[in-house]
Write a protein that binds this ligand. Sequence first.
Ligand code: FAD
Ligand code: FES
Length: 283
Amino acid sequence: MTAAGTDSAVLEPTTPVAYRVAGKRKEMGDTWTLELEPVGDQRLPGFLPGQFSMLYAFGSGEVPISVSAIAGGSGELTHTVRAVGAATGAICDARPGDQLGVRGPFGSVWPLDAAEGGDVVVVAGGIGLAPLRPAIEQLIAERDRYRAVTVLCGARSPDEMLYPSELQDWREAGIAVETTVDSATGDWEGRVGLVTKLIPLAPFQGERATAFVCGPEIMMRFVAAELRGRGIPPGRIHVSLERNMQCAVGHCGHCQLAHLFVCRDGPVFALDRVEPLLGVREL
Ligand SMILES: Cc1cc2nc3c(=O)[nH]c(=O)nc-3n(C[C@H](O)[C@H](O)[C@H](O)COP(=O)(O)OP(=O)(O)OC[C@H]3O[C@@H](n4cnc5c(N)ncnc54)[C@H](O)[C@@H]3O)c2cc1C
Ligand code: FES
């Protein structure tokens, strides 16, 4: 699925397009947000909230990274990346002007249209807020289409809370935002505890709510159980899964999860499709 009015036909999904780093912002110790712009005339089709690109750092490797903002049609791409290994380390080390190869857009989307008319609850763990941010921005831009909108964010410590300056902007835009940390440091006066603890307090009605969840897989399992306990049916709880990827177009099998390919069928899945597969070690 790609944004309307884009020209994907001329691009091969397996051939990277050259983008340069136009801007770079440090979010926390090992995590950076990069703004990318096309080097030449060729640019990728538009991305939708939940989709990902394959970012190629020359000589280091290619990795799937979700879009963390949706550009306004000018071709720029925004990604928030945590340096955990060779490829993500090289991407985070890239300086303004450096080039990266980019393929995409790939994957499924947060089903914002299907949530229309009901409550929406967004639950993020750590850097899981990055793939959810484009959905939150769209919820704010189209605030009248939804009833109560709630964002619940958990982080290991206050220093690891992503986009702290935007949380207040989101509150002022008419959505409830609650945060918690596993352990308080510095002058943190907010809640301490797992993000699951925020769910019983959140202002949504399960029978008319849709949930979008992203974070470590174990966190998503516990969050999903709490959301079900509040009455949201599994078909309206959506999770974004991560698996190692290579082709991103359903050919190589690297991202296979039983009968599903995370790159092609996901990464965003309704819980009723994947719940039995979550937490199975060999999958
Ligand atoms: C659809 C999708 C969207 C993603 N979006 C983002 C994003 O927005 N921002 C971001 O920073 N990362 C994102 N990731 C994760 C990112 O792709 C991995 O961190 C990356 O592949 C690691 O590659 P590497 O070469 O840097 O490290 P490697 O050398 O491959 O791995 C280094 C360490 O990280 C662990 N690791 C590798 N891959 C993952 C993974 N997928 N999840 C958790 N641990 C992993 C390894 O076990 C190892 O311990 C996404 C993954 C998927 C599948
Ligand atoms: S990454 Fe190749 S099939 Fe999904």
